[in-house]
Design a protein around this ligand. Structure first.
Ligand SMILES: Cc1ncc(COP(=O)(O)O)c(C=O)c1O
Length: 247
């Protein structure tokens, strides 16, 4: 897979490519987990061709893999990390970017009378959102949430993979506290079964995302193994319900 990047570079030439942007695992497309060594290989290729490697850690940042960032969990250091969501527990809209020092210094070298990196967002540095972010960082630390996630991860993996004998399962993938449960599509079209099962799960009190026919689970960090088991049981019923009902 990483060779595809080499192919693109030889097609367009590295001088025409600024950066490679990637999610450490693809969340919104149904929890697609990278092959072992894939991100390390991207790092090598980017270094060899002088390209920046940017991790989109909007889903993985701030604990979902049992480390503050996927970069740490996976041992690959990107040049930039973009983040949002968990930083404020979703309670206030907040996002940000982390840069390597050299990039920050390059940006700071402009004329002293100009802003270093002019952004015109209405809500930049919003005090309420920043307060929520600081509070979340404090909660992560005080409640030892990374350790809690690490302890829950093996239970989550076992419980979620326990659904493999539910009807119409194509594949079950998990990474940290995220899982994608892929269902065989209805003959009527891709996405219909996913949408029906998502609605059936919601009726049973479980909120999932459903890209295509994959149900994505991302439980709260404070979940217990019993909570996760309840989620899986409800999901099994939802999957059973929609495997019998006509679309
Ligand atoms: C991985 C990932 N990146 C980026 C975004 C978009 O983030 P924002 O709405 O903060 O721009 C999302 C939104 O779901 C996401 O899941």
């Amino acid at each position: 897979m990483a060779n595809e990047l080499e192919r693109l570079i030889s097609l367009h030439d590295a001088s025409n490519i600024a950066a490679v942007v990637i999610e450490p695992f693809a969340g919104s497309t149904g929890v697609l987990v990278p092959p072992v060594g894939y991100l390390q290989r991207l790092r090598e290729i980017c270094d060899r061709h002088g390209l920046l490697l940017i991790f989109d850690e909007v889903i993985t940042g701030f604990g979902r893999l049992g480390a503050m960032f996927a970069a740490q969990a996976l041992g690959v250091v990107p040049d930039m990390i973009v983040f949002a969501k968990t930083i404020s527990n979703g309670a206030a809209p907040l996002g940000g970017v982390i840069l390597r020092r050299e990039i920050q210094e390059a940006v700071m070298q402009g004329p002293s009378h100009l802003s270093e990196l002019m952004h015109g967002y209405t809500s930049s540095g919003h005090p309420l959102a920043c307060a929520a972010g600081l509070a979340m960082l404090q909660v992560i630390e005080e409640e030892d949430l990374l350790q809690r996630v690490r302890e829950l991860m093996p239970h989550f993996q076992e419980i979620v993979h326990g659904l493999s004998d539910a009807p119409g399962i194509v594949s079950i993938r998990n990474f940290g506290l995220a899982a994608g449960i892929e269902l065989a599509p209805d003959p009527e079209g891709i996405g219909r079964r996913g949408a029906r099962t998502q609605a059936a799960a919601f009726a049973r009190g479980i909120l999932t995302r459903a890209p295509g026919d994959t149900l994505v689970l991302a439980p709260p960090f404070i979940s217990t193994p019993q909570d996760v088991q309840r989620m899986a049981d409800a999901l099994r019923h939802a999957i059973q319900d929609t495997s019998n009902t006509p679309p």
